[in-house]
Design a protein around this ligand. Structure first.
Ligand code: HEC
Ligand code: HEC
Ligand code: HEC
Ligand code: HEC
Ligand code: HEC
Ligand code: HEC
Length: 303
């Protein structure tokens, strides 16, 4: 047979098949509609999920289902589609999860429309006194006193939800401080302010999930003439007051020779650090404070 003839026959057959299919679908439609009107209650509806699948306050809420399956949504995809767009059952996740990636978007399980970081935390908390929320936003936005951070300065950032190391372990979240700033070494012999009487200051940043404290970080005091023992608590802003990282309470003057340090004794900071503080010791340029560089006489230098 000619190829043309074969395709002709195929097309004819397809038309018949299509016709019958449409006829069947139409009769089902008519049949079920006539049933639907009078006894809506008795319809044999198959409820795959328990009541409460869309009720955030219910134990059966679908977010809890995902949580209970260790955040694995592959099961959901089997019915709701490989891209969560409805699949076999025709109920799309994307109607509500409208951000790129749908339910796998970085803000679905934690964070908000403006930040991937809490609040909300994984349990929906928004208070900064809860460990999952803590001091995230003040670090990320950069508060009134210091330069902002990125997630990578405290965590390994997953490329996607199922990147190893992300959702595959129990809470608490892993906090690593592998970034250059927390680990910044000061009093390096190559710097202009090097003091041979003081050793090098090599931080060894650690987060302690037992008491939510951070220690041995450059940022919070492990630097030349700084408060080496300072260990701020993630949920307690009072532990990061002026004078906690360097100085003594309200007086932020770093260690002077009588305290075993090398900083000048003059307390009018602005005279030498005018790029960062004013005459009233207000931080006037947070982007130059806690940025890893010493702002001295208008220059940003390594120290
Ligand atoms: C066996 C198939 C199947 C699986 C697996 C499945 N679902 Fe469903 N889902 C359905 C069906 C069918 C409906 C509609 C009827 C109902 O609500 O039970 C539905 C409805 C929903 C709805 C309501 C949607 C709407 O617009 O009303 C949500 C939310 C939902 N599922 C979430 C999930 C999540 C999350 C998972 C994975 C943890 C999941 N489903 C796994 C079949 C499934
Ligand atoms: C399905 C829910 C879900 C989605 C979507 C999600 N996360 Fe997470 N995320 C979690 C859970 C659960 C944890 C806590 C993991 C643990 O206990 O270590 C977490 C923790 C984190 C942490 C803290 C470090 C860690 O791994 O513990 C970072 C950073 C993070 N997620 C970034 C992201 C980014 C970036 C995306 C988007 C690519 C994302 N998350 C999407 C559930 C999710
Ligand atoms: C009718 C709207 C709607 C549909 C459809 C829907 N979701 Fe959700 N989903 C929500 C709401 C609302 C929340 C809670 C948001 C919050 O707590 O801020 C949520 C939360 C989640 C969470 C976060 C759970 C947590 O505890 O952090 C995941 C994961 C999720 N949905 C997955 C899915 C999946 C997968 C589907 C499709 C199978 C789906 N959703 C369909 C509205 C929907
Ligand atoms: C200054 C360090 C720091 C930065 C920057 C930071 N985190 Fe965290 N993160 C933490 C600490 C500390 C915890 C609490 C760990 C614990 O519970 O012991 C945490 C916990 C989390 C959790 C778990 C929340 C929960 O419910 O328990 C998520 C998710 C998370 N971070 C995501 C992020 C994302 C996303 C970013 C960037 C947008 C980010 N973090 C930036 C220190 C940080
Ligand atoms: C007379 C000039 C001068 C004044 C005033 C001054 N500093 Fe400094 N500051 C310096 C010099 C010089 C260095 C570098 C000294 C060194 O590393 O030994 C320095 C370094 C620092 C450092 C980095 C740590 C260190 O010691 O190297 C901090 C923090 C600091 N100053 C804070 C302050 C604060 C806060 C005040 C006011 C309470 C202040 N300084 C007043 C000159 C001054
Ligand atoms: C979270 C820890 C921390 C707190 C709190 C803190 N500082 Fe600092 N400060 C640093 C670090 C770290 C440096 C070292 C230089 C750098 O990295 O910017 C520094 C340096 C300085 C300097 C030298 C100029 C510069 O930035 O290089 C001045 C002045 C200063 N701080 C004043 C203050 C004052 C005033 C307060 C209170 C309002 C304060 N600091 C609170 C960590 C802190």
């Amino acid at each position: 047979m000619e190829l043309k003839e074969i395709t002709k026959i195929m097309k004819l057959k397809m038309k018949y098949i299509l016709f019958y299919l449409l006829a069947i679908i139409f009769s089902i439609f008519v049949f079920s509609c006539s049933e639907l009107e009078p006894n809506i209650e008795q319809l044999p509806l198959i409820n795959t999920h328990n009541v409460g699948i869309l009720d955030t306050s219910s134990n059966a809420f679908h977010g809890n289902l995902v949580k209970q399956s260790n955040w694995d949504m592959n099961g959901c995809k089997q019915c709701h589609g490989i891209n969560y767009d409805g699949g076999l059952v025709g109920y799309s996740c994307l109607n509500c999860h409208t951000y790129p990636g749908g339910p796998e978007n970085c803000t679905t399980c934690h964070g908000s429309s403006t930040s991937n970081a809490p609040p909300q935390d994984l349990n929906g908390n928004t208070s900064t006194s809860v460990r999952g929320v803590g001091a995230h936003q003040i670090h990320l936005k950069g508060g009134d006193i210091g330069r902002n951070l990125t997630c990578a300065e405290c965590h390994n950032i997953p490329g996607g939800v199922y990147t190893p190391g992300h959702v595959d372990s129990e809470l608490p979240a892993e906090v690593f401080m592998n970034n250059p700033r927390a680990n910044l070494v000061t009093n390096d012999p190559s710097t202009s302010e090097y003091d041979p009487n003081l050793g090098m200051f090599v931080p060894d940043p650690v987060y302690n999930p037992a008491d939510l404290s951070c220690s041995n970080t450059y940022c919070h005091g492990y630097f030349k003439n700084g408060n080496l023992d300072n260990s701020p608590v993630w949920t307690d802003p009072a532990t990061s007051e002026c004078g906690s990282c360097h100085g003594d309470g309200s007086n932020p003057l770093p260690k002077i020779p009588s305290q075993g340090g090398s900083h000048p004794t003059d307390t009018d900071c602005y005279l030498c650090h005018e790029g960062v503080v004013d005459a009233n010791q207000n931080i006037i340029n947070p982007s130059k404070h806690i940025d890893g560089l010493l702002n001295l006489f208008g220059n940003n230098i390594k120290y």
